[in-house]
Design a binder for this molecule. Structure first.
Ligand SMILES: Cc1cc2nc3c(=O)[nH]c(=O)nc-3n(C[C@H](O)[C@H](O)[C@H](O)COP(=O)(O)OP(=O)(O)OC[C@H]3O[C@@H](n4cnc5c(N)ncnc54)[C@H](O)[C@@H]3O)c2cc1C
Ligand code: SF4
Length: 492
């Protein structure tokens, strides 16, 4: 009998090798690799992955499959022990979602079936990219949307515009009670068993925010579409101390583990729009994230094997202790974001991009430290999504291969898109003096430090012209040097 090896991020019967086999035709192998259960990782992430694997194994057994779920020191050791015990005719897997996973399969002679876990196989992006001078999300998105037919009227986008981002930049509303509390599950004996088997990892213990089965993930999808999607577009970029989830879907961990598939998620969202339940800016904004950004970064991960080693800005600083919670910070925006990560292993896209990454970049932290820390911290972490997002989009460490300009900003952006600054001891408008906002000060210092490199970039012309108008640049730079030192010593 054949064995189908299922990696921990392929937990769905519709995926690849498993999709083609009925119960009784194969044995299924899942390995809980101890090498991945590192204490540096957030405990909620470890709990989610292992619990979801165990519940998936149970689901398969209930459907009549013969399942071997085993824990082993490494993935390879688990596979070898399974082969020694069961002597399968062949071991087959769906193409792994990481380079390390594919290399392992090759080394152990495991046959890999083409993956259908994404809407596009990454070789389709590679073919699309061939011969293009620059790879733009917007071009990829239009091509994919036309091809898949989401929100289309014939060959035109519904409503006439491809991208409604301009409608999606509202600050948080005064009344944050419009956002519903995210659903939570009660922990059961499976959760307790898994928790007891984990190392003493970082972060707060799980309390049920994260669904660990396909059934519960489907309920989260329903809840999002029925209650929050309507506001998703409008408040997509907003940040507030009064709601940690706002109208975000929090579906990324389920999509990344295979508990949900991208087509079923987008189909539900399109249906909600077509039925008149949600406006176009929400439906289009959401579908663009999934069929655009998500598929784009998936393809780029495979296209650029050296992307993780990028450091075009030559940053070499350490990650300051305010990121890890080893030191507190007076920066209200960072304190709230880091506390959110401790509690839930999740913050939405804008704190990831415009706070954590922005601050790390302005402080000159080495991109690899940011990548490693985020990989260990986020509930939805996966190498394929993390590397392009961190190296390309967030830190511009690839020198513009992915994003036309660095996503850096001063405190004015945070002040416009959040209510953090109201409760902060720093002033977002000030760049010098004791109460100057560190983000504002460091923003100007960043532009001055990298002026030469950025000067050829049309999209940076205006910020650099503004830099030239500063009469107090020397004071700003002195204050920035003090801020970098204070951050390193946990005093900012
Ligand atoms: C520095 C940085 C690191 C990130 N690391 C991860 C990561 O490890 N894992 C991860 O899944 N996403 C990552 N993202 C992308 C994005 O921030 C998360 O997918 C999103 O915040 C998850 O919350 P949500 O499900 O509520 O998303 P929503 O705001 O509800 O968006 C809907 C879905 O769109 C997809 N999506 C949105 N933006 C992106 C993007 N830039 N890349 C890929 N998919 C996207 C996700 O699947 C998400 O579930 C990162 C972004 C940045 C800037
Ligand atoms: S003033 Fe600066 S540090 Fe304080 S919350 Fe606003 S942006 Fe953050």
């Amino acid at each position: 009998m054949d064995t189908v090896l299922v990696f921990g991020d392929q937990l769905n019967r519709r995926i690849g090798a498993l999709a083609a086999r009925e119960p009784g035709e194969c044995r299924v192998l899942l390995v809980e690799s101890e090498a991945l259960l590192r204490p540096a990782r957030h405990v909620q992430r470890l709990h989610l992955v292992i619990t979801a694997m165990r519940r998936f194994a149970e689901e398969l057994r209930d459907a009549g499959y013969d399942v071997d779920l085993r824990r082993a020191p490494t993935m390879a050791a688990g596979i070898e022990a399974h082969v020694a015990e069961h002597r399968p005719d062949r071991v087959i897997a769906t193409e792994a979602n990481s380079r390390a996973g594919r290399a392992l399969c090759e080394r152990l002679g495991i046959e890999q079936v083409r993956s259908n876990q994404f809407l596009r196989h990454h070789d389709e992006l590679a073919a699309w990219a061939e011969g293009r001078r620059s790879l733009k999300l917007e071009d990829f998105y239009r091509w994919t949307r036309t091809d898949l037919g989401y929100l289309m009227d014939g060959d035109r986008p519904v409503g006439g515009r491809w991208n409604l981002d301009a409608d999606n930049r509202e600050p948080p509303p005064e009344d944050a009670s419009i956002f519903t509390e995210p659903q939570a599950s009660r922990l059961d004996e499976v959760d307790e068993e898994v928790l007891a088997s984990l190392p003493d990892a970082k972060g707060a213990e799980p309390v049920g925010w994260w669904a660990t089965s396909r059934r519960a993930a489907l309920a989260r999808l329903r809840h999002f579409v029925d209650h929050e999607l309507v506001r998703f577009g409008t408040y997509e970029d907003a940040m507030t101390t009064r709601s940690w989830s706002l109208a975000h879907s929090m579906l990324s961990p389920y999509l990344n583990l295979g508990l949900l598939l991208p087509d079923e998620v987008c189909d539900r969202v399109e249906d909600a729009y077509r039925s008149g339940a949600v406006p176009l800016n929400s439906a289009e904004g959401f579908i663009r994230q999934v069929i655009g950004w998500r598929e784009f970064v998936w393809g780029l991960y495979w296209l650029w094997p050296d992307h993780a080693d990028s450091n075009a800005l030559g940053h070499d600083g350490d990650l300051p202790p305010m990121f890890t919670g080893e030191a507190s910070t007076d920066m209200a925006c960072m304190a709230d974001t880091v506390a959110g990560l401790h509690e839930r292993a999740w913050v939405h896209h804008i704190p990831r991009l415009m706070l954590l990454s922005n601050v790390a970049n302005l402080l000159g932290v080495h991109p690899r430290h940011v990548l490693d820390w985020m990989s260990d911290t986020y509930i939805d972490a996966a190498e394929w999504v993390m590397v392009p997002n961190v190296m390309g989009m967030a830190l511009w460490a690839d020198g513009g291969r992915m994003a036309t300009k660095p996503y850096v900003s001063g405190g004015a952006y945070v002040n416009r898109m959040s209510d953090y600054c109201r409760g902060c001891r720093y002033d977002p408008r000030r760049r010098t003096g004791e109460d100057a906002c560190p983000i504002t000060t460091l923003y100007w210092d960043f532009l001055a430090r990298h002026r030469e490199r950025l000067s050829g970039n049309n999209r940076m012309a205006r910020p650099l012209a503004n830099l030239d108008r500063l009469s107090d640049l020397d004071d700003v730079r002195a204050r920035a040097a003090a801020a970098i030192e204070a951050a390193a010593e946990g005093r900012l």
